[in-house]
Structures are given as structure tokens and as C-alpha cells.
Design a binder for this molecule. Structure first.
Ligand SMILES: [Zn+2]
Length: 255
């Protein structure tokens, strides 16, 4: 990989996309969900080689140690990372990213309170648990049908720095650096190499258009009496530790 690509951080990839020029193809590595087995070989190798990567985790599965429904359905309940291991990764300089509270398919979500809880409240709780700021988000499943324009706008509104999909697309110079289109790291290495060289199907992929929002997040207020997610709404819990996060701080400030 190193012979053909600059292996860069998520942030650096965004800078290259936005810079208008790039002399060499670049690759940034991400992981989704937070599987314990990533710590067996992949992560030690990347840390050893000093290859940057971003690690997107689903808040509830990490904090409550629950297996993913899509794995349980397949009879393959893979263990998830502990909060401690996520803290250790973050302390080692790994960029930790958000991936909703429950691995919700946001493409089907229309209730603003549910969306706000899954993406903003859950991300703040994850930040509070690991003691590190979160800047990036990955859509669960990540196909076109799993994306949601309102979620793009919600993250932008709250000062996050980037979101990513997974429907399979390259990011060309001049593309929108806020939205990183990802390719699946196929276990078939030959196929993956082909994707990274030239695949006309990928070249034809159009970036998801999130320009129009149906919800105006600048005037929307969370429903403080919401009973759908009483445990997860920090505003509803007086003694919640996440209350210590100042919602007017620079990071969460409206833009
Ligand atoms: Zn996922």
C-alpha cells in the first residue's frame, strides 16, 4: 500500500480533497462498530507501523457491552471493544469517531428527537466516557439508502468536522471534504487492490447530495419531556455526568 499511496489521517485526507491539488493518491483507513477482534492483529500492526486510522464506535454497544443485532441474527455474536480499550486507543492518538447510539439505520429515521439522540446526545456521552473530543461520524450501513440529509446538516450545525458514507466511491480533488465516501475493505485483497487502482463502476458513483435539509436545526429544540429515550437525554437527567459538558462551548456552538 505504501508504495502506491500516502497513508494519511482522516483530517489530512480532508485537507488534500479541499486543497485543490494532490501529487499522489492518498488512503485513509477507518474501522466501524468497535469489534474486540480488531485489537488482536490489525490495530497493533497499524500502531506499530504508525499508520493513522479512525475508529468509529457505536456508543451503546461499547458502553453496555451488547453484541450487534446484525451479528446475533447471523448466529455470530462477535465481542465488542470495552470502554477501557477505546480510551487506550484514544490515548495512543487514534481518532475515535461516532457511529450512532444503537447502530440505527438513519435512512429510515424521520423523528428529529430520535435523530438528535442517536447522533448528538450519544456522541456527547461517548466523549464524556472516553475523555476525548469526537470530530467525525460514520453512517451505519453507509449505503445511499442509509444516509440522511438532515443528519449531515445536524452535524454541520453542531460543529463536527466530517461524516462518511460507505457506498463505495473515491474522493476526488474538489469534492466536498465534509463528506468522505468510503470503499469497503474487502477481505479479498485482489479485489480491493482493483478498486484502488481503477474500477469504472466506482468512477461513475455520484456523491450523495445532502444540500437540502428538511429540518431547520438552528430553530429546532429537543423535546425535554421525551419518554422515548429517557435514559439518553442528558437534559432530562439532573445528575447525569454529561451535563458537565457545556452545550454552549465552542465545540457545540451553533455555526
Ligand atoms: Zn456499522
Amino acid at each position: 500500500m505504501r508504495e502506491r499511496f500516502d497513508l494519511v489521517s482522516f483530517e489530512k485526507a480532508q485537507q488534500l480533497i479541499g486543497s485543490g491539488k494532490n501529487s499522489r493518491p492518498a488512503l485513509t483507513i477507518t474501522f466501524d462498530d468497535g469489534y474486540a477482534e480488531n485489537c488482536d492483529e490489525a490495530i497493533p500492526f497499524l500502531l506499530e507501523e504508525k499508520i493513522p486510522f479512525t475508529y468509529f464506535v457505536t456508543t451503546e454497544h461499547i458502553m453496555q457491552q451488547t453484541v450487534f443485532p446484525h451479528d446475533a441474527e447471523l448466529g455470530n455474536p462477535l465481542p465488542v471493544n470495552s470502554v477501557e480499550s477505546i480510551i487506550a486507543l484514544a490515548d495512543a492518538g487514534v481518532e475515535i469517531g461516532a457511529h450512532t447510539r444503537t447502530h440505527l439505520d438513519l435512512g429510515k429515521a424521520t423523528d428529529p428527537d430520535l435523530i438528535y439522540d442517536e447522533v448528538i446526545v450519544a456522541t456527547r456521552e461517548l466523549e464524556a466516557a472516553i475523555g476525548h473530543r469526537i470530530r467525525f461520524f460514520a453512517f451505519p450501513y453507509g449505503q445511499y439508502c442509509n444516509l440522511n440529509k438532515d443528519v449531515f446538516h445536524l452535524f454541520k450545525h453542531h460543529g463536527f468536522e466530517g461524516v462518511c458514507s460507505a457506498y463505495g466511491g473515491w474522493n476526488d480533488i474538489g469534492n466536498d471534504p465534509f463528506h468522505i465516501q468510503r470503499l469497503h475493505g474487502d477481505p479479498n485483497f485482489t479485489r480491493m487492490k482493483n478498486w484502488l487502482e481503477f474500477d469504472p463502476r466506482i468512477a461513475k458513483v455520484e456523491p450523495y447530495d445532502w444540500s437540502e435539509s428538511t429540518i431547520d436545526w438552528s430553530t429546532w429544540q429537543p423535546n425535554r419531556d421525551s419518554t422515548d429515550h429517557p435514559q439518553s437525554n442528558p437534559l432530562a437527567q439532573r445528575n447525569s455526568p454529561v451535563e458537565s459538558i457545556d452545550p454552549t462551548s465552542e465545540y457545540f456552538a451553533n455555526e
